[in-house]
Design a protein. Structure first.
Length: 340
């Protein structure tokens, strides 16, 4: 990230496209849905801690084309419930995307279900219009800055070395001593230190003192305020489940990690991005272990909204694969659809 919050906030005025513009263009898309189906399965990921990662590939069809998206539920039961109970309730017929999404929100409570459905509907609508996300708003994609994230491990500096020459988002452990934080600092690649709402105020200040250029994501928000220096590096993630939550944060962070799956879809995420922009908060895009088309859709969003942020959208390698570690992620802006 840029070294100062002023640089972060200045970047808001140079966005490739504003979230308001993108949201309005998506909301107005015509959409015809005739059929819905889902394939439930799992994939083996070396980086996933709990065995094979459950996943679903959703397909919405209409007017001779198909829109696809990925469901990010954490359990097989969540994916089976999506297939067996949610999919039969998907509204069909001809709509505008915003009214269709409102109908979905009125009948489907689970945010991951709504997010998958809305992403597939966006992909379908763009295919039906024979256009891409980028042509829709007249803006080519920018190469995407990204970070590779990893959870709490016994040897974080060693894990950082194993990731190669990339920027990192590291889950911080309050039990780490100064030497551990210093070893991470020596790598010069930690962009985000994620506390996941753990640790004491002293822990947060110590981590920031040793890694002063890293964003401090999700310290214990009930412990606010912190020192002025740490406050100037604050980033919010976990508290942001919908756009209104931006206004409920106890302090104004310098940046926000926005996750469409948690927020129930792209339109709500864009509303949150607009709320952040109004408050002078920079944004970056985060993932929830999307492994296929969902990951590419996140990368496409980042290429429009926040190409220079520490986007947690790195490609995830499956077992036996070598992950791609380009300097930046190049997104195809020519093919119709969303996340082609």
């Amino acid at each position: 990230m840029p070294a100062t919050p002023e640089a972060l906030r200045a970047a808001l005025g140079a966005l490739p496209v504003t979230p308001e513009t993108l949201r309005a263009a998506l909301a107005a898309l015509p959409l015809t849905i005739e059929e819905a189906s889902v394939e439930v399965g799992s994939v083996c990921l070396p980086s996933y801690p709990d065995g094979p990662r459950p996943t679903s590939l959703l397909a919405l069809r209409g007017a001779g084309v198909t829109g696809r998206a990925e469901h990010v539920g954490w359990s097989e039961a969540a994916h089976e419930a999506f297939r067996d109970r949610t999919l039969p309730r998907v509204p069909q017929g001809t709509w505008r995307l915003e009214s269709w999404s409102a109908a979905v929100a009125g009948s489907i409570a689970e945010s991951y279900d709504r997010a998958a459905l809305e992403a597939a509907a966006i992909d379908l609508a763009l295919h039906q219009q024979r256009t891409s996300l980028f042509d829709l708003v007249g803006c080519p994609p920018q190469p995407v800055r990204y970070v590779v994230s990893f959870g709490r491990v016994a040897d974080p500096a060693g894990e950082a070395r194993r990731q190669g020459d990339v920027e990192l988002k590291v889950d911080a452990d309050p039990a780490w001593d100064d030497a551990t934080f210093s070893a991470l600092a020596a790598s010069g690649r930690v962009a985000v230190l994620d506390w996941k709402n753990t640790g004491t105020r002293a822990d947060h200040e110590r981590g920031h003192r040793i890694l002063p250029d890293a964003l401090v994501e999700d310290p214990c928000w009930e412990l606010a305020p912190w020192s002025g220096e740490l406050h100037r590096r604050l980033a919010a993630d976990g508290p942001l489940g919908r756009a209104d939550d931006v206004h409920r944060l106890p302090v104004r962070p310098v940046a926000a990690n926005l996750k469409p799956a948690r927020m129930g879809g792209i339109l709500e995420m864009l509303a949150a991005a607009a709320a952040c922009r109004a408050r002078g908060i920079a944004v970056y895009v985060g993932g929830m272990f999307e492994v296929g088309v969902g990951r590419r859709q996140l990368q496409a969003l980042a290429a429009l909204l926040c190409p220079d942020g520490p986007n947690d959208v790195a490609s995830i390698a499956r077992s036996g694969e070598t992950p791609s570690r380009r300097a930046r992620i190049e997104v195809d802006g020519t093919a119709p659809g969303f996340g082609a």
